[in-house]
Design a protein around this ligand. Sequence first.
Ligand SMILES: [Zn+2]
Length: 349
Amino acid sequence: MLKKFLTCFTLLLALTFVISSTALAKSAELMGIDASNLDDETLQIKIAYRGEMINSGSVATELKSGILSVELDNASPGRISRIAGAQIKPNAREYIDKIFVNGTKDSRTNVKIYLHSLVNDTDVDVSVDPTSQSDKNSKYLFINLKKNNTQDNYTYNGDGKVVVIDPGHGGSDAGAIGPNGTKEKTVSLDVSLKARDLLVAAGYNVIMTHETDTDVAAPGVSDGVELQARVDKTPPNTDIFISVHCNAFANSRANGMETYYAPGAVQGAKLAQVLNEELDQIGEIKNRGVKPARFYVMTHSKCPSSLIELGFITNYREEQLLSSNDYQDKLAQAIARAVNRYFNQGGFD
Ligand SMILES: [Zn+2]
């Protein structure tokens, strides 16, 4: 797990593999995409198409922040739109989360392959197979991702940065409760622990305000006392503070996720922004945006901080997502990616 986690950070360096070529007059049409774990060393993306030959020279790839972006010149998405048509073989799901396909202007198609960058084992050796093979109906383009199992190549990007994660509520305070009885304190703790594991494996120094279902101050104390106890868990050298919550509203139709920062906090706003962007990439629920708010833990923390609302636990669909192990993994990965971006890209730009 440690080994798997660490290599992903090499993904943060954009790797561009571009060969210019003369434009083709007609465009190819994509028929399907699949991804498979070819062997111990190779993850292969296979793009089936018909029509004009796509040559590798008209394919540009960039691997950044765990997303492999493939630009195809003179190609239309055809029947494939968004995730439909993109098949991820079971043995590749360990490495690939989802594939989106979008047509762009001027006869180009963009394929985005979301790698489980924080749990994968791949190095970033991207290559485009120069020889498109063909059978009677379809032609194929191959993109291989080389996995590298050499420990030496792993980098510890966390570099001991101190991250405090505050799972919202706990113990005597259940937080909001969903229509099916899911408790906010349970979701926030589960997601926080998963995010902690990912970050620790990447070399971050993660401090939890609490790591079991418990009050931090004491059961039944005032909110102010409880929240101050959480702030007090934050050592002076803390780099960032993230509080994890689920939203609630009387009307069960309210839905979506949002991230917050303390008004006027420039670094906090950057942290909230990257968290929002990475949560948005999961793509399952509405993005309600990045907002300023005077939440106690943010206004009292002495470091850049953000509070995230993962979704509405009072919404039937979102309660179901929030309580699913799979979705919680995605949330944790998004948080970890955001933390990584915050530090490795100097916040964001
Ligand atoms: Zn809450």
